[in-house]
Design a protein around this ligand. Sequence first.
Ligand code: IMP
Ligand code: MG
Length: 174
Amino acid sequence: MPALRVLLSAEQIHNRIAELGAEIDRDYAEGEPVYLIGVLKGAFIFLADLARAMKTQVRIEFIGISSYGKAKTTSGQVQLTKDLDVPIEGHHVILVEDILDTGITLSYLAMLMTQRKPKSLRIATLLDKPERRRTPVKVDYVGFRIPDEFVIGYGLDYAEDYRNLKDVCVLGEP
Ligand code: IMP
Ligand code: MG
């Protein structure tokens, strides 16, 4: 069992998401529903908590992407594994992602969503590793900027393990 070091505690995450929810509520005060589109699988816990931190009317959708396989670094190729079930044309959309790393995934998804003509498109990410960026991405809501370390927990995995940890942890060497 490799060593785990807590980077962000469940309580820190909870408090920050409450702030993000309030900020999003202020930005969408006009009363139309907002489509929260979670990027599977890593964003599922963040999406669940963010939606409950908001008072704005939300609709929940998911999109599936794979770029990693079992490696810790991106393959650089993004594959759509599950498309949206509904059209988003004319609706407010927030893409909800667990972590922004090289930016390849979110820049691809932002392009794909824009083609579908939403009324507005914003991006929320729980974590951002700015040092790792290869493709610029404009993000609107960031939970935490973190250093260039591989993290797991709170939805994030390493080879599909650890998603159910309550804290975001750094995965050490075995
Ligand atoms: P990007 O396309 O390089 O920005 O990568 C984004 C995706 O890579 C995220 O949705 C995660 O699935 C995965 N990822 C990037 N960094 C980490 C990490 O530190 N832990 C777990 N997954 C990560
Ligand atoms: Mg992901």
